[in-house]
Design a protein around this ligand. Structure first.
Ligand SMILES: NC(=O)c1ccc[n+]([C@@H]2O[C@H](COP(=O)([O-])OP(=O)(O)OC[C@H]3O[C@@H](n4cnc5c(N)ncnc54)[C@H](OP(=O)(O)O)[C@@H]3O)[C@@H](O)[C@H]2O)c1
Length: 300
């Protein structure tokens, strides 16, 4: 049986996908320990040797601020790698599922972004991810580009939830930005959607000639980083997580400058994918509760 190839096995999404993919899929994973994906000729040969039935690319250069200082590395990983994967997917005539980001948008909207909205990234990371999307579109029609947002999960190195919990254990007071609005999305919710897509493709219930293209997939509901932080601490307290934190102060973006500019509003509408897949839209707070339960289980 041909395997499904998953790239980015050590990332927060990659680990969650590996955990949740049903055993009916023979999953082959690749990570940096196997090879540096930016060696694209080697990467293509490795994929050809594996002969997968589909590719899921959960690997990316995701250091948003660092990308401003090393754009070559960001573009190597976020543009050249997806292009190589699209080329090899074309050669093998298999679907490529690739993950992208809300940061392809400039954040000037005041209603959820749809797939038809014009991207206009305001930082190197967003530009490199958009370049990757465009490389795929130009190379191979049988692709599903799934943009997500404000991703966090129990597995993997770091994310906003884990940072808040860490700081909440050592600091009495914290400042968090309240004028950036988005869709906090758990890796579990995203991975479940991706798996439904992969399953639909595998059993030919989904026809790429009709549905290949770009989609958004985020938890429902909106929040500022401040709202999100408040919810994290409320839910953590309800689970007896050891916090010393007393107070969270709302900050403006101007009061908390970062190297990279971030969109002020990057809520994604997932309606298009909800018409293709049997998804149950789930509010971000519900997914946050599940993630904290999963995290606490792993800490026991
Ligand atoms: N995080 C977010 O808030 C967010 C928001 C919107 C969209 N997204 C998108 O969602 C997807 C998954 O993100 P994530 O948060 O799960 O990312 P992540 O935790 O940072 O994981 C990225 C993965 O890519 C791998 N990788 C990076 N450079 C590599 C290289 N040169 N060779 C081989 N592997 C390499 C990393 O390997 P190492 O572990 O060895 O570094 C890791 O496995 C990405 O496409 C990202 O752009 C993320």
């Amino acid at each position: 049986m041909k395997p499904l190839l998953l790239l980015g096995k050590t990332g927060q999404l990659g680990q969650e996908l590996a955990r949740l993919l049903p055993s009916t899929f023979a999953v082959q994973t690749l990570g940096r320990a196997d090879l540096d994906f930016t060696q694209v000729q080697r990467l293509k040969q490795v994929v050809l040797d594996i002969q997968p039935h589909s590719i899921v690319n959960a690997a990316a250069y995701t250091a948003v601020d660092q990308a401003e200082k090393e754009p070559e590395q960001a573009f190597a990983m976020n543009q050249a790698v997806p292009m190589a994967l699209a080329e090899v997917a074309k050669q093998l005539e298999i679907p490529l599922i690739h993950i992208s980001t809300d940061y392809v948008f400039d954040g000037q909207h005041h209603r959820p972004y749809q797939e038809t909205d014009q991207p206009s990234p305001i930082g190197v990371y967003g530009r490199s991810k958009l370049a990757g999307e465009e490389a795929i579109r130009q190379t191979w029609a049988n692709h599903y580009i799934v943009r997500t947002a404000w991703l966090y999960g129990a597995l993997g190195q770091g994310n906003f939830v884990k940072t808040m919990l860490r700081l909440g254990q050592s600091r009495a007071e914290l400042g968090v930005v309240f004028d950036q609005i988005g869709s906090p999305t758990s890796t579990t919710y995203l991975a479940e959607g991706i798996i439904k897509l992969v399953q639909g493709l595998a059993i030919a219930a989904i026809d790429p000639s009709r549905s290949a293209g770009t989609y958004h997939l985020a938890n429902s509901g909106v929040a500022s980083w401040y709202d999100f932080a408040i919810a994290i601490f409320e839910e953590a307290r309800a689970r007896q997580f050891p916090l010393v934190l007393q107070r969270v102060n709302p900050l403006t973006t101007a009061e908390y400058p970062t190297v990279a500019h971030r969109p002020a509003y990057s809520v994604l509408s997932s309606r298009k994918l909800e018409t293709l897949l049997p998804l149950t839209p789930t509010h971000w707070r519900e997914s946050l509760r599940s993630m904290l339960d999963q995290l606490m289980q792993e800490m026991l």
